[in-house]
Design a protein around this ligand. Structure first.
Ligand SMILES: [Zn+2]
Ligand SMILES: [Zn+2]
Ligand SMILES: [Zn+2]
Length: 417
């Protein structure tokens, strides 16, 4: 029988590799690949591709022995680092919704959304355009080839008004998209800022979306800074607040949460460092003085960003935090920026006062997989009603599930949680 063989997306492959890696921290890529293909019989993945994914996510095998990551003070919850998001003061969700408000649940849990009225099944709760669109690489290629709009990613062939060309090969589908997208695009445009080309080629070659998304975000901030960097430029500081408000967990912290074996992974670190260097040369300090002049021209009045902000956008540690933010907020099932417009529709009635939640993991996975993935993000053991109930019944059912439960306990010990 002909089986439907697919090449998994980068996110799917990374998630699957991450799950395996946590169970088999020292296994080499070939063995890991065979386990991966065993678990996903319809996948086709080359060893080379797997190695790349492992390297990018900092999941390459380490010969270091596993030691508990956190010297946990006997379950002292305050020593735990959760990724948290913060309230962004100026954000008024009423632009996007009239049935939901933002609520602050305190330091540990962060912000969330609560229904302000009874929402009927099928009702549209939320409509929003994302701050930054980070398309799949296939789509990014279509953008560069003037087949898809550089701003909204819609096919240029569907434009009813004349499309607007950029100085590079890209196109915008109309004047509105050009007005909205061209200022930020300029910083990553090969014609207007040639210093960005090596960085763009690098992330494309690596097929690595997180640094590309981070660069798009920084380019957007730079385009706001062009109007001046003093406090009268409200848009700029609002944008910085949005960035600061995104749920964050730096790669370094994720690494610590996973286990210390990460700390010795030189090849991952080398890749992060190289990517950061190219990023800085693209948007901050071009190596070539001619390119530096071009970038300076684009930046206009924003040449001197406040020192704190410069570090926030271009420092190495902040870069890793940025990559973590992009990965966390781009997750396939909790994502905010891979589609041109976000529309949320109620699949069932929501009573007034109920919290609206998103799943950071694939909700169709079993409870053990979900919990494991959440742990890798540093969220601790999920104790939501569904997880608690499914864990109980899966334990009660026994059989093959028990093995997983055991693994879970082992993992808990290994993570020191
Ligand atoms: Zn467009
Ligand atoms: Zn361009
Ligand atoms: Zn749960």
């Amino acid at each position: 029988m002909a089986e439907n063989v697919i090449s998994p997306s980068e996110d799917d492959l990374t998630n699957a590799a991450r799950s395996l890696r946590i169970s088999y921290p020292t296994l080499g890529a070939p063995r890991l690949l065979s386990l991966l293909l065993e678990a996903n019989s319809n996948w086709t993945v080359s060893e080379k591709r797997l190695r790349k994914v492992l390297q990018k996510a900092g999941l390459s095998a380490s010969s270091n022995t596993i030691t508990p990551s956190v010297s946990n003070n006997d379950g002292d919850a305050s020593s735990h680092e959760y990724p948290t998001s913060r309230m962004v003061e100026h954000l008024t969700p009423s632009k996007w919704t009239n049935s939901v408000k933002v609520a602050d649940f305190g330091r540990e849990k962060g912000k969330g959304l609560v229904a302000t009225k009874l929402v009927a099944e099928g009702e549209r709760i939320w409509v929003e355009d994302p701050f930054v669109m980070c398309p799949e690489w296939e789509l990014e290629e279509l953008q560069r080839g003037a087949h898809a709009c550089m701003y909204c990613t819609r096919p240029i062939s569907l434009s009813i008004t004349p499309p607007m060309p950029c100085k590079c090969s890209a196109m915008f589908c109309n004047r509105l998209c050009h007005a909205r997208g061209a200022p930020a695009h300029a910083f990553l445009c090969p014609a207007q800022n040639p210093a960005a080309v090596p960085f763009l080629e690098h992330v494309r070659k690596e097929q690595w979306k997180a640094p590309y998304a981070w660069a798009l975000f920084v380019a957007l901030i730079l385009s706001h800074a062009v109007k001046g960097v003093d406090s009268t430029n409200k848009e700029l500081y609002d944008m910085l607040e949005v960035l600061r408000g995104l749920a964050a967990l730096s790669l370094e912290k994720r690494v610590r949460v996973l286990a210390n074996w990460q700390a010795g992974d030189a090849s991952s670190r080398a890749l992060w460092k190289r990517t950061h260097t190219l990023f800085v040369q693209a948007l901050y300090k071009p190596a070539d003085p001619v390119y530096a002049k071009k970038l300076q021209k684009l930046k206009g009045k924003s040449i001197a960003l406040p020192p704190g902000v410069e570090d926030e956008l271009f420092g190495y540690d902040q870069f890793l935090v940025g990559l973590g933010k992009m990965s966390l907020n781009m997750e396939a099932h909790g994502g905010l920026n891979q589609t041109p417009r976000i529309t949320i529709i109620a699949k069932s009635a929501i009573p007034e006062g109920e919290e609206l939640v998103v799943s950071y993991v694939d909700p169709s996975q079993d409870v053990w997989t979900r919990r494991r993935m959440l742990k890798e993000w540093g969220f601790g053991t999920c104790l939501c009603a569904r997880c608690v109930q499914e864990a109980e019944s899966s334990k009660a059912a026994g059989g093959g599930v028990e093995q997983k439960a055991e693994l879970e306990d082992e993992l808990r010990g290994f993570l020191g949680v």
